[in-house]
Ligand binder design. Structure first.
Ligand SMILES: *Cc1c(COP(=O)(O)O)cnc(C)c1O
Length: 417
């Protein structure tokens, strides 16, 4: 047994403890509120990191950023929004908050992200079926990997549909050298505890100009009118980041490039050590235009790879939710659903778990989620088949070279033969 459990991705503070210094300053100067010098400073740091031409609003979560971007794209009840199916639920749930309908689009084989051909087909079919254009398109940088933003922008431009980039997992990833989140009309970032950098919980919206920035800032602070009393002429939200959280963010911005370099290094190490293991592949950049931050390193396990004990996979109902350390989860009625990872993937997850290693299946595509069973979906089978064979491996700054060696040793040891 390994000494300490190796988690998928944990928050990691700067050596100099700058996060705590910024927080202390907030206390010392009595800025313990959802605005203040740390929030402004963090927004400036983010702006200088992503692009000189963008403005950024720091928010309480990445989910809030998606929600506000949709409002700014004029999404109303009855509207449709196109979104990548292969994603975490926070890309699509805010569409339903607004009474609109997500239209799911499947992925390309190489990037695992939105398939541009299928995107165009979906747009044309929605126009044919509803007589209206979707209000926005949301591609997602799954596990940090860029989407083919050039083709997606060309198609979106042809129909005049705005793009909201969900770069929550892709902070610092680049397409042809340019940071994700800066191509579309809006860019979503997340600083949840397990993302590339953290503010404990938090997010940000990258805005195209001063006008949109003002509107997002206004919506994020309860949409107040300029009177000496509270006057409300639109519905607003309490979505601004707290000055305490932003203090953590300012410290984290000093080490974001180190984090990304470490994630990339871990990817290279997995790739090297798993080379020659038949049936197991490490997901990498499709070509030199893509530069993933490798937020989570992922592998695929071919169906013919036999893992010890795979005949016992899914025999027991899992207690607690995967990734759901906080909060209440419903206990499942059955160990199976109609779409689940292959038995060898589950068996490997269990073996790694017992060896003190947290591994996790890939995100289950939204078009296979019961809650979205009635949503239109344009599928090619890619995300569903990846979900059945894929697995996320520990990747954060806490993961050492020795850890990766140990993890790979456990994977090799789990294979029968
Ligand atoms: C984490 C995540 C979000 C939302 O971020 P939170 O800060 O957790 O609300 C949105 N989209 C994707 C793809 C994510 O992984």
């Amino acid at each position: 047994m390994h000494k300490n459990r190796i988690y998928l991705c944990l928050a990691h503070m700067s050596e100099a403890g700058l996060e705590q210094k910024y927080i202390q300053k907030a206390f010392d100067t009595n800025w313990v509120v959802p605005l203040g010098p740390n929030v402004n400073g963090f927004e400036k740091d983010l702006e200088s990191y992503v692009s000189e031409n963008k403005r950024v609003v720091a928010l309480s979560s990445g989910t809030a950023a998606v929600h506000l971007a949709l409002i700014a794209c004029d999404v109303h009840p009855g509207d449709e929004v196109i979104v990548q199916s292969f994603t975490f639920c926070a890309s699509s749930h805010p569409i339903t908050y607004l009474g609109a309908t997500p239209v799911f689009v499947d992925s390309e084989k190489d990037s695992w992200n939105m398939d541009p051909d299928l995107l165009e087909l979906a747009i044309q079919d929605r126009i044919a079926k509803t007589g209206r254009l979707p209000k926005a398109i949301i591609p997602v940088a799954l596990y940090g990997m860029p989407y083919d933003i050039e083709r997606i922008m060309a198609i979106a431009g042809k129909y005049g549909i705005p793009i909201i980039e969900d770069a929550a997992e892709g902070f610092g990833s680049r397409w042809k050298g340019q940071v994700l989140g800066t191509f579309g009309k809006f860019g979503v970032l997340s600083f949840n505890g397990n993302k590339m950098i953290t503010t404990s919980g938090g997010g940000a919206l990258v805005c195209p100009d001063e006008t949109e920035w003002q509107r997002i800032m206004w919506l994020a602070t309860q949409a107040r009118e300029s009177y000496p009393y509270y006057q409300h002429e639109a519905i607003g939200y309490n979505y601004r980041m707290s000055n305490i959280c932003a203090g953590i963010g300012r410290g984290q911005m000093t080490i974001v490039d180190d984090h990304i370099a470490h994630h990339k290094h871990i990817m290279e190490l997995y790739r090297e050590l798993l080379k020659g293991v038949s049936g197991i592949e490490v997901h990498g950049n499709p070509d030199e235009r893509y530069e993933s931050n490798f937020w989570l390193n992922t592998i695929t396990i071919a169906p013919e790879v036999r893992i010890k004990g795979q005949e016992n996979a899914y025999k027991a109902i899992v207690k607690g939710a995967v990734g759901g350390a906080a909060g209440v989860v419903h206990t499942s009625e059955s160990a199976h659903t109609d779409c689940e990872p292959n038995a060898n993937v589950e068996a490997l997850r269990v073996i790694l778990d017992q060896a003190g290693i947290e591994a996790r299946p890939l995100w289950k595509p939204m078009h296979k989620q019961p809650i979205y069973k009635n949503a239109p979906a344009y599928v090619n089978g890619v995300s569903e088949s990846l979900f059945k064979v894929g697995m996320c491996l520990p990747s954060g700054p806490y993961v050492t070279d020795e850890d990766v060696q140990y993890i790979v040793k456990c994977i090799k040891g789990a294979i029968e033969g």
